[in-house]
Design a protein around this ligand. Structure first.
Ligand code: NAD
Length: 385
C-alpha cells in the first residue's frame, strides 16, 4: 500500500515508517520539525542527537535497500498539504502530527493556543485533503487513552450503549480529559466522527497509552536509526523518564501517592498495532476505535520495576514522592477494555526485566548527556501555576 505518515520525524513516526517500509509498503513521511523546535525552545534536549529526515531516509535506504520519501512542511499550511496529497495519493494516512505533550499544553497561554491551533488544524487539513485527493484512503489517527480520563466505571473500546427512559442508543464513550493536550485529542475524535458521518470517510482512531523503549526490529544495532528519546518532564513519557532518572542518580519523581494507573505499551507494539490497523482498513462510513495498550501499571508499579532493574545493574535507585503538580486522581478505579487489536492478531510484548535492561543499556551509553535541570520543573495544572 501507499502510506503517508504525518509526523514522520517523531518518536513513533520514524520507527513506524521503517516498519511499514520493511513490510513491503511504499512509504512517505511528512514533518515540519515542530517537536524539535519546541524542545529547543524549552531547553529540553533529547538523550542523543539524530539526523534530519532526508538523512534518515538515506541511512534507511543504505541499510535496507528500501526507499522512503520525505516531505518537509506544515500540515497547517493547506497549499503544502494539498501538494503532497496530490503528488503521493496515499491509500492510508497515519496521523501522528500533533503537539503531543500534556505539560507543554499547560505551560502558558501561548503554548495552550499553539496546541489547540496546531492539533485541530492539522486534523482538519488531513480530513479535507483525503476528501479532495484520495476519498477512499483510510485515516489511522493517534488518539490517547487520556481522552477517557479515569471514570469510576469500566472503559469500553470507544463506544457505549446507553439505555435511557426505556430507549437505547450507541454513543462515543464519555470523555473527560485531564489536560488541554488530551482535550484537543477529544476534539479531534469529534471532528473525525462528524466527517465520517458526513462524507463516509474510513477512520481508525487509536486510543494509545504511554509508550516506552526505543529498540525495534528495524533499528537493532543501528543507533542512527533510533527514534528520538526525550527524558525531560515536558516531552518524555513516564517509564523512559524513570530509567533516565535512575541512571542519573536522581530520585524517581513519583507524583503524590503514585496510584495513577494507565495502560502502557512497548514501542514494538505501537508499530504492530499501526500495521495491523492499516492492513485491515475500517469500512467506508466507519469510525473504528481501538484501545491501544497491552498492560496496566500504577506509577508506583513502574517506579518499583525501574528500581529493581537498576539495582540489578549495580545502580543505587531511590524513589521519592513529590507534591503532585497536576490535577488528577492519585488513587482510582481503572478497568479499560482492549480486545480489538488482539482480535486483529496483536502479539504483545510485556514489560520484563530484560526489556527494561535493554533500555537501561542505551541510556547508560549517553549518561553524560543527561541534564538534571530538565528532569523536573513542576509544570503546574492549577490556576495559579
Ligand atoms: N508517545 C506516546 O507515548 C504517545 C501516547 C499516546 C498518544 N500519542 C500520540 O501519538 C502521536 C505521536 O507521538 P510522538 O510521541 O511520536 O510525538 P512526537 O512529537 O515525537 O511526534 C509528532 C511529530 O509530528 C510533527 N508535527 C507536529 N505538528 C505538525 C505539523 N503541523 N505539521 C507537520 N508535522 C507536525 C512533530 O514535529 C513531530 O515530529 C501524537 O499524536 C501523540 O499525541 C503518543
Amino acid at each position: 500500500m501507499k502510506i503517508l505518515i504525518l509526523g514522520g520525524d517523531g518518536y513513533l513516526g520514524w520507527p513506524t515508517a521503517m516498519n511499514l517500509s520493511a513490510h513491503g509498503h511504499e512509504v512517505a513521511v511528512l514533518d515540519n520539525y515542530l517537536r524539535r523546535k519546541l524542545a529547543t525552545e524549552e531547553e529540553s534536549g533529547p538523550l542523543y542527537d539524530l539526523p534530519e529526515l532526508a538523512e534518515r531516509c538515506r541511512l534507511w535506504q543504505a541499510h535496507s535497500g528500501k526507499e522512503i520519501t520525505s516531505y518537509i512542511g506544515d500540515l497547517c499550511d493547506w497549499d503544502f498539504v494539498a501538494g503532497v496529497f496530490q503528488t503521493f495519493t496515499p491509500e492510508a494516512v497515519v496521523h501522528y502530527a500533533e503537539q503531543p505533550s500534556a505539560p507543554y499544553s499547560m505551560l502558558r497561554r501561548s503554548a495552550a493556543t499553539l496546541t489547540i491551533n496546531n492539533n485541530l488544524l492539522a486534523t482538519a487539513n488531513t480530513i479535507f485533503a483525503v476528501r479532495a485527493f484520495c476519498p477512499d484512503a483510510h485515516i489511522v489517527k493517534l488518539g490517547t487513552m487520556g481522552e477517557y480520563g479515569t471514570p469510576n466505571i469500566d472503559i469500553e473500546e470507544g463506544w457505549l450503549d446507553v439505555e435511557h427512559k426505556g430507549r437505547k442508543h450507541k454513543f462515543l464513550y464519555p470523555r473527560q480529559a485531564g489536560s488541554l493536550y488530551h482535550t484537543t485529542k477529544v476534539m479531534d475524535t469529534d471532528l473525525l466522527w462528524f466527517y465520517v458521518r458526513m462524507w463516509d470517510l474510513r477512520v481508525t482512531d487509536l486510543m494509545q497509552g504511554p509508550v516506552y523503549g526505543m529498540m525495534t526490529d528495524e533499528n537493532e544495532g543501528q543507533p542512527d536509526l533510533y527514534p528520538h528519546f526525550a527524558y525531560d518532564e515536558i516531552f518524555g513519557t513516564v517509564l523512559n523518564r524513570f530509567v533516565v532518572q535512575a541512571v542519573a542518580n536522581y530520585p524517581l519523581t513519583v507524583y503524590g501517592k503514585g496510584g495513577q494507573t494507565r495502560g502502557y505499551l512497548n514501542i514494538k507494539d505501537t508499530l504492530n498495532c499501526i500495521r495491523l490497523s492499516v492492513e485491515t482498513p475500517a469500512d467506508a462510513g466507519e469510525l473504528r476505535i481501538f484501545n491501544q495498550f497491552v498492560e496496566t501499571f500504577s506509577v508506583n508499579d513502574l517506579a518499583g520495576r525501574v528500581k529493581s532493574a537498576g539495582e540489578q545493574l549495580g545502580l543505587d535507585v531511590e524513589i521519592k514522592s513529590i507534591d503532585n503538580p497536576r490535577k488528577e486522581m492519585e488513587e482510582h478505579y481503572y478497568n479499560p477494555a482492549h480486545t480489538g487489536l488482539l482480535d486483529l492478531g496483536l502479539e504483545p510484548h510485556f514489560l520484563t526485566e530484560e526489556v527494561l535492561q535493554g533500555i537501561f543499556a542505551v541510556v547508560l551509553q549517553h549518561k553524560d548527556r543527561i541534564s538534571d535541570d530538565c528532569i523536573f520543573r513542576g509544570v503546574k495544572w492549577s490556576r495559579t501555576g
